[in-house]
Ligand binder design. Structure first.
Ligand code: GUN
Ligand code: ZN
Length: 439
């Protein structure tokens, strides 16, 4: 019997986390490992999941099943903060945030007024995500409409769930990167109408950060959020000490950095704030009360010398958090490498990031931070079939280390410490294989 194109059956070893939790100690008991399992996908969704043995009773005779006997299959990784136009400028030397923006970032982003250029980089970027096992991302474009169209058009060809938006910036940036309060509003509105909810695309209102928007522009962004309550808000918050001081001088009426966004109606359950390295206590409380989420971006925070994010606070204050690569201030597209650095950032603060907790943040926890845990993050029936086939020993050193692993937690921890894109054997989006290594 031939499978219809909308049917995919995968046999192998599966690992996911079944429920969201409010305490990191509860994650291990939510981990589900199926040593020989079957996942049946229909029309992009998970139709059946269970043991290979139980599957015998329901499998039609002669149906073809793709078998990964040696690998580990996990939910697709979720990147809660990344800039696609900065792909070409990873590893820009020597600056901290504000001078890094002026020296490297703004000149790079100016190129995205050219649709052809935006197309080329968008394609490269999406391929790089998939090559690293990332199936969903919350993405900054540039101020140019063309940059948003390019990303959504190419993501649609791959059927990828991408959340993105046009940057809003009407001051403190080069002229070619600035809109106005009114044009920013009109263009964002047109893009919401064009893209939000089309296929798997979702729109995010994207003021770059408070210093590059006038109060008028932030007010218009808040108006847009009121008009379209189910779109996202995506911005930066409390990344760098000079940045925070600048915001306080630009917005003296507000009690602090987060209060600027809150005042203009930009906090909420679909708001994601990148970094939050230096939040004050009342800001943590506001994040909790408004159900806003944080994107923790360890490779970026280390690279730009921004500071050490206090991950334990997210549990203490019950604030949603996901992992972000923050390319191009971040230094890797890989969530495995991002976890590697997240672990070290926590070590420097006397906090242990366990492998189950890291796995949670990269999958179901990240989905929750993006308000998508009803659709993504694990192998629950009816969820969207985005998953990754991991090779646990692509190198001699990983092979040796894994051969000494004592438990599934130890295997995962070694994978997170040593792994990168070489560990991604295949990536599936909406039930279809969109990336695989040769052989
Ligand atoms: N703050 C404002 N813009 C940016 C950006 O492009 N990258 C980072 N890391 N922080 C920012
Ligand atoms: Zn960023």
């Amino acid at each position: 019997m031939l499978n219809s194109p909308s049917t995919t059956l995968i046999r192998g070893k599966f690992l996911d986390i079944q429920q969201t939790v409010s305490n990191p100690e509860d994650i291990t008991q939510q981990m589900r490992y199926v040593d020989d399992g079957l996942m049946w996908c229909e029309n992009g969704k998970i139709h059946w999941f269970g043991t290979w043995q139980d599957a015998q009773a329901i499998l039609p005779k002669g149906i073809s099943v793709r078998h990964y006997p040696e690998q580990l299959i996990v939910p697709g990784f979720i990147d809660t903060h990344i800039h696609y136009p900065q792909t070409e400028m990873v590893g820009a030397y020597g600056e901290q945030l504000l001078s890094w923006l002026n020296t490297y970032t703004f000149p790079t982003e100016l190129q995205f007024q050219d649709k052809g250029y935006a197309d080329k980089i968008a394609q490269f970027f999406l391929h790089e995500l998939l090559k690293n096992g990332t199936t969903t991302a919350l993405v900054f474009c540039t101020v140019h409409l063309e940059s948003v169209d390019a990303l959504f058009e190419h993501a649609a060809q791959l059927n990828m769930r991408v959340i993105a938006g046009k940057v809003l910036m009407d001051r403190h940036a080069p002229e070619g990167l600035c809109d106005t309060a009114e044009t920013g509003y009109q263009q964002s509105k047109a893009l919401i109408e064009k893209w939000h909810g089309k296929g798997r695309a979702l729109y995010a209102i994207t003021p770059r950060f408070a210093p590059t928007s006038t109060p008028e522009q932030l007010a218009k962004a808040g108006q847009l959020k009121q008009e379209y309550p189910d779109v996202y808000v995506h911005t930066h918050l409390s990344e760098n000490k000079d940045e925070i001081a600048w915001v306080k001088s630009l917005f003296p009426e507000q009690t602090g950095y987060l209060d600027v966004y809150h005042h203009f109606g930009l906090t909420g359950e679909r708001s994601v704030f990148a970094h939050c390295v230096h939040l004050e206590d009342e800001e943590w409380n506001c994040m909790h009360d408004t159900q806003s989420a944080i994107a923790f971006c360890p490779t970026s925070n280390l690279f730009l010398g921004s500071g050490l994010f206090p991950l334990a606070k997210t549990w203490e204050k019950q604030v949603k958090v996901g992992l972000g690569t923050d390319i191009g201030a971040g230094t890797s597209f890989s969530q495995l490498q991002t976890i590697n650095e997240a672990y070290k950032v926590q070590q420097l603060q006397g906090n242990k990031l366990s492998a189950p907790e890291a796995f949670y943040h990269a999958t179901l926890g990240g989905a929750r931070a993006l308000h998508l845990d009803d659709k993504l993050g694990n192998f629950s029936l009816g969820k969207e079939a985005d998953f990754v086939v991991l090779d646990l020993h692509p190198t001699a050193l990983q092979q040796l280390r894994q051969s000494h692993a004592k438990s599934i937690e130890d295997r995962l921890f070694a994978l997170f410490t040593m792994g990168d894109d070489r560990n991604i054997a295949a990536t599936y989006v909406y039930g279809q294989c969109v990336y695989q290594t040769e052989g």
